[in-house]
Design a protein around this ligand. Sequence first.
Ligand code: DAH
Length: 350
Amino acid sequence: MSEMENPKQIVEEREKEALEALTKENSVQGLTEWKNSFLSKKSPLMQLMSLMRQIPNELKAAYGKLVNDARNAVEKAFEEKMKKAQEEALKEKLEAERIDLTLPGRSYSQGSINPYWEIVDEMSDIFASMGFDIVEGRDVETDHFNFELLNVPKDHPARDMQDTFYLSDSLLLRTQTSAAQAHTMLENEEKKPIKMICPGKCYRRDDDDATHSHEFGQIEGLVVDKGISLADLKGTLELFVKKMFGEKRQIRLRSSFFPFTEPSVEVDVSCSKCGGKGCSLCKGTGWIEILGAGEVHPHVLEMCGYDPKIYSGFAFGVGVERIAMLRYGIDDIRRIYTNDVRFLKDFTEK
Ligand code: DAH
C-alpha cells in the first residue's frame, strides 16, 4: 500500500469540508441530516483513522492526534450549533402554543335540589317542629301490610284503584305509604303514643300524564294516643297548610271514604291564586284538594295491637308532587322527574 502524499493536508481538507457544510445548516432537522453524513462511521472524516496503515510508523502518533483534533473540532462545532437550534425550536414551539391566561374560564351551570326533595325536606321540618318523628318505610311491601292490615282484605273493591306491580302473590311495590302505619303500630311493643310521618315512593299501574305518574311520592302521617279527635287532625293540618302555603290559606274538610279511616275526609286548601273567589286553577270552586285523612279505623287499631276503647288516632296521606306543583306553579308532573337543569334553575330562581 502506498504512503499518503500529504496526510496533514487531507485531514485539514476533510475538516474544512465538514465545517463548510455545517455552516449551511441551521435547523434541527438539517443538522441531524448533516450529522448522518459527516459524523457517521463511514463519513470521510471518520474514515481518516482507517488510513493509519498508510502512515509511516514514526508519524503515526502525530497523525492520530491530528485526526482526533479535527474530529473534536468538528464535533464541538456541531454540538454548539445543534444546542442553539434546539433552543430556537423550543422557543418557537412555546410561542406557537402560548396559552392566553387572560381568557375567561369555562362556566359550568350548577343544578339545584329537585323541587320534590325541597318539599320532602320542608314538610319534614314542619312536622318535626310539631313533634313528629320521621319514620322510614319500605318500597317493597307485603300484601298484608299494604292492604290487609289497612282494612282492605283480598277482593275488596278499593284494591282496584291501586292496581300495582306485584313481585309475587304476596309481595308488591308499595301503593301507599299508609303501609307504614301498621309497621309503626306493630313495632311499638309497649303500645306507647305515636306521632310520626313517613315520606316515601309509591307505585301504581297508572297511565303517566300531566298529573299522574306510575311512581310518585307520599308523606304519611299517623298520630295515636288517648283522646285524639278529628279536631286534632284539623288543627294539625291547618298549621301545616299555613306554614307551607302562607298564613292566609284556609282548609276545609269534606267527608270521604278510605277503608282504614272512620270517619274519612278529603282536605282542601283555599286557592292561592284567587284567594277563594274561583279561577282556572281551582276550576271555579275556590278550593284545591290536597290530601286524604281521617280518624284511624278502630279495626285497624285493633289489628295492630292498640285497644280502640282506650286509644284513638288520626292519619293522613299527602302527595309530594301535588304539593310541589301547587307550591311552585308546576304545570306538568313529568317536569319533576326529567331533571332538566334549565327547569331546576328556573325553579331555584323562583
Ligand atoms: N293512602 C291513601 C291513598 O294513597 C291516602 C290516605 C288517605 C292516607 C287517608 C291516609 C288517610 O293516611 O287517612 O290514596
